[in-house]
Ligand binder design. Structure first.
Ligand code: ARG
Length: 279
């Protein structure tokens, strides 16, 4: 018998995909010639936000800006820990202007926003995991940003090197199941081959009980999931991973964001978590 998993209510920030499109290619998923079904994208996105609300989570929205087709990927705009907002400096020039409306959103709600000097892409690469932050590098967020995050937030940062261009952000290769804290190290699910050998070994030491995903799960965006401690909002294509999560007592909740996969994003990419209190 597995322990009952207890969900914790989350506060999420999302951005309606009113201007979503694939207009440039900054990762291997993006093919500017392949059209996006904008009506379907909007339906899928609404199903995601409805599902969050139906599970008791708070969902807030930032107004989308025309000409910023990737702005829907709210996770990339910041990482928020204990109410402190560490903003983003996007790698791609096309995405740099997104930082402005997101920073304005946070400032308008009383948050202090730190504007980073080093290239970093928010929760895409900076994944708070309770007592530490797991931080990806290799394609977008730099090592210099890892140092800046640790200095600014005072939370230990564990650097991990990504090696597969399909998994260019840490949140395409790993997600948090349970936060570390209260005497536990927490747990994660991840796809080991997305990481350099040393980073893989580091993850195995930190999380000997992790749920491991296959390449198939990862290519189906199964690791771009959001877990509230009990429910895992997960891409329906990641069937193997969903089964392994269910075996561990989690409840997979499939949500299909296939239109967003065309831009290299999924559930987590569309979801910024606002963490206000100590976990
Ligand atoms: N087209 C976007 C990019 O390449 C997708 C971002 C996906 N977000 C994420 N958190 N992985 O930047």
């Amino acid at each position: 018998m597995t322990d009952p998993r207890v969900p914790r209510r989350r506060r999420f920030l999302v951005c309606e995909p009113r201007h979503f499109a694939v207009q440039y290619a900054i990762n291997p998923w993006m093919q500017p010639d392949a059209p996006v079904d904008t009506v379907l994208a909007l339906q899928q996105w609404r199903a995601l936000t409805d599902t969050y609300r139906a599970h008791g989570h708070t969902v807030e929205t930032v107004e989308p800006v025309p000409g910023l087709p990737d702005m829907v990927f709210a996770a990339n705009a910041a990482v928020v820990v204990e109410g402190r907002v560490f903003g983003s400096l996007f790698h791609a020039p096309e995405r740099r202007p997104e930082s402005v409306p997101y920073a304005a959103w946070f400032k308008g709600r009383g948050f202090d926003v730190h504007q980073p000097e080093a290239v970093c892409e928010g929760e895409g690469d900076l994944v708070p995991a309770g007592r530490w932050i797991l931080a990806g590098t290799g394609f977008r967020t730099t090592r210099a940003a890892h140092r800046e995050v640790q200095e600014h937030l005072g939370v230990p940062v564990i650097g991990l090197t990504l090696v597969d261009p399909y998994f260019y952000h840490l949140d395409t290769a790993l997600f948090v199941l349970d936060d570390a804290g209260h005497g536990t190290d927490g747990n994660i699910a991840y796809y080991p081959e997305a990481f350099s050998p040393g980073s893989r070994e580091a993850l195995a030491r930190l999380y000997p009980d992790a749920v491991l995903a296959t390449r198939e799960d990862a290519m189906a965006f199964g690791l771009n999931s959001v877990c509230d401690g009990r429910h895992v909002f997960i891409s329906p294509g990641a069937t193997g991973l969903a089964e392994r999560l269910a075996d561990r007592g989690y409840v997979p909740v499939p949500v299909d964001l296939s239109e967003f996969h065309k831009a290299g994003g999924g559930i987590k990419c569309c979801t910024q978590e606002i963490r206000e209190n100590h976990s």
